[in-house]
Design a protein. Sequence first.
Length: 218
Amino acid sequence: MFTGLIEEIGKVVSVRQDSLEIECKRIQSDLSIGDSIAVNGVCLTVVSFSSHRFKAEVMPVTLRATNLGGLMPGIPVNLERAMALDKRLGGHLVAGHIDATAPILDKREEGDALLVSVGIPTGLDAFIIHKGSIALDGISLTVAHIDDRQMTVSLVGHTRNSTALALKRIGDAVNVECDQIGKYIQKMVSIQYGGNASHGTRHRSEKLSMDYLMEQGF
């Protein structure tokens, strides 16, 4: 489990079908074999490390389902170690399990902030709300604006300087992980109001819609 507060920007050394090697300066200071590290928000397991780099296992399906498959040597990546329970949760609960990737559609300055607009992946619109939490490339961010096609987040100066998101260009893909709480709520509401075939009631799809909620009196 992670918080979405990036600890360091690492640099890709190599990408293979079964491993990813990253150059870093700080986060390996207390690493152990088997530890979890989020690379661009993807939870990976450390298999070896030295004073300036680490290697993590990665499955081919992970490379295909996230933007890790597009990494090349020299590309900067966001790094975060698994959260410690004796520290404050400054971001939000991030599992490191990516829901989808989405392209950056626009970047623009607004005062000291950088506004980044990202496409909303198909099927995830129910979990993305105005002023809600979203993890993009592992960064805990707040949705500043949303419409039918895209969501916009605002990067303050610290986030711009301490993550790799500001370095990305329009068209680049980011990893998207929605807030887990919303997923659990959808699951529970779908079962409660959609019916469950194992209890003798008519089975419905678990996907909620505005029409279905109105039918149920919401």
